[in-house]
Design a protein around this ligand. Structure first.
Ligand SMILES: Cc1cc2nc3c(=O)[nH]c(=O)nc-3n(C[C@H](O)[C@H](O)[C@H](O)COP(=O)(O)OP(=O)(O)OC[C@H]3O[C@@H](n4cnc5c(N)ncnc54)[C@H](O)[C@@H]3O)c2cc1C
Length: 468
């Protein structure tokens, strides 16, 4: 059997490769860059451990701990410290802790009395017709009110998607929220009643899921898979042509052409049209270049403990767009994982740009550092120069599941149907979190296995017929 080609050594591609290899199906992973993990990039320097890309994995599905266990990484997994439970939002230029319970919600100064009363009306608001595709801002205004949109959802969406609630589709970007309304008629009712179903599916809601990384950062996970795959991962191998023929597939890079029994594409959606896809029943992949990936800049900054006034007793802070600041938010990285900074120092991870301010992510390093330091001074009482700086820019960070994203999903389904043996998986299709990407890699490996098994059955049938 020829190996299955996997394009992209991000967490989706590597999970798929590992699962297939475990089932005795040979794989070849093609990676355009020179490292495993895609946007996962952990750097250990001068006693600090910086993450330019993602910081934590939420344990939302059983496939996630199963992968860690199967790779023998349980001893290296680190759950975030209980000291990092609190989450801060900025209102009136000050940090206010997000209430941790429904009772706390009624006492918080984060929302006005009117906003709290407005929330009580939520169970009585009729759901929108299923035929109407709303953006997240419309959905939240309708169900929860303007203040909740401005001071909870707007910063939350900046933190998760680096996105804008005015563009993101509630149906595609937040399908669980959408389904709660469609199914139970109310988010509050659905939250209570849906808990039983999640339990049955062994799923954990994002707000209750445990967060983890590893002793040397998230990079440990892709590196462990890469070590297991060995020479089956080809770096500096950007795929330029995928071709289907009567006996299977060929994949071409500037270095070589190899035969494969199937192909999984896990690179970003906007890059698929840059590959020449020659399939027997033509399908135009060009529209996928329109999937929007805003730029994000990350600044990981170390400070002497005494140079930061705030106790940093939490996960981090998010900044609503209405507040007069430039950063999207900051993680208190050394509170989450104390091994991220040397003794007597702290580490903050600051994000800039996104759909809210792409010009900032595209500005130069000095501008970004000045903006970040100005905001941190005001918000956290930071004074003194950073003792550590690590900077990264993702020109195309996270796919935005904007209103109308359904047309891209339909096209992805059509590509898989029209070209049996070509599979699409990753954060542009199955959800943007690392957990979603692991599940996506896991599931696509299952589809590939079925495809290969189906071909085996067909071959057996032909051989039997020939023998007859
Ligand atoms: C700044 C940032 C912070 C984030 N924070 C979090 C977080 O804290 N928690 C969380 O759960 N998620 C977070 N995310 C989201 C999450 O990290 C990603 O959605 C996930 O890692 C995507 O994995 P992937 O394998 O699907 O794609 P990628 O990681 O993008 O990997 C795709 C790979 O394909 C390769 N490739 C592309 N084209 C080709 C080609 N033609 N040939 C060969 N190879 C190719 C690329 O080089 C890349 O290595 C964050 C994302 C970013 C950018």
């Amino acid at each position: 059997m020829n190996s299955v080609a996997i394009i992209g050594a991000g967490i989706t591609g590597l999970t798929a490769a590992w699962k297939l290899q475990q089932q005795g199906i040979p794989v070849t992973v093609y990676e355009a860059g020179d490292h495993a993990g895609g946007v996962i990039q952990s750097v250990r320097r001068h006693g600090y451990l910086a993450e330019s890309g993602p910081n934590t994995i939420l344990e939302t599905a059983p496939e996630i701990p199963a992968l860690i266990r199967d790779l023998g990484l349980e001893q290296r997994r680190m759950y975030s410290s209980p000291a990092a439970e609190k989450r801060y939002l900025v209102r009136n230029r000050k940090l206010i802790a997000l209430p941790g319970s429904p009772l706390g919600f009624f006492g918080t100064s984060l929302f006005s009395a009117n906003a709290k009363l407005r929330l009580l009306r939520e169970p009585f608001i009729a759901p929108a017709p299923a035929s109407q595709e709303e953006n997240l801002a419309e959905f939240v205004q309708r169900r929860l009110g303007q203040e909740f949109l401005d001071y909870a959802i707007n910063p939350f969406v900046a933190g998760v998607y680096a996105g804008d609630p005015n563009h993101l589709s509630v149906k595609h970007a937040f399908p669980k929220l959408y389904n709660l309304e469609q199914r139970y008629g109310s988010l509050i009712k659905g939250q209570v009643l849906g808990a039983r179903e999640r339990k049955r599916r062994a799923e954990v809601s994002k707000q209750n899921a445990k967060k983890f990384s590893f002793d040397e950062g998230l990079q440990v996970l892709p590196q462990a898979i890469r070590d297991q795959l060995g020479r089956d991962v080809l770096f500096n191998s950007p795929v330029t042509i995928i071709q289907q023929d009567a006996s299977g597939w060929t994949v071409t890079t500037p270095n070589e052409t190899r035969r494969h029994s199937g192909v999984i594409y896990t690179g970003p959606a906007y890059r698929l049209p840059q590959i020449e896809v020659r399939i027997e029943r033509y399908i135009n992949c060009a529209p996928l270049s329109q999937v929007h990936y805003p730029p994000v800049a990350t600044l990981v900054l170390g400070f002497r403990r005494e140079d930061v006034r705030h106790p940093l007793n939490g996960f981090g802070m998010l900044v609503p767009e209405l507040e007069p600041f430039n950063i999207l938010g900051a993680l208190f990285s050394s509170t989450m994982f104390p091994n991220r900074a040397p003794r007597g120092h702290v580490l903050l991870t600051v994000y800039l740009g996104g759909t809210r301010a792409p010009h900032i992510a595209n500005s130069d390093f000095d501008t970004q550092l000045n903006l970040a330091l100005t905001d941190l001074r005001m918000l956290l009482g930071v004074n003194g120069a950073p003792t550590f700086v690590h900077h990264a820019v993702f020109r195309h960070a996270i796919p935005q599941y904007d209103v109308g994203y359904g047309r891209f999903k339909t096209l992805m389904d059509e590509i898989e149907t029209n070209a049996p043996g070509l599979f699409l998986a990753g954060n542009y299709r199955d959800g943007i979190s690392l957990g979603d990407s692991i599940v996506s890699g896991h599931k696509v490996a299952g589809r590939v296995r079925e495809f290969i098994r189906g071909k085996g059955d067909l071959l057996e049938a032909v051989q039997t017929l020939a023998a007859v």
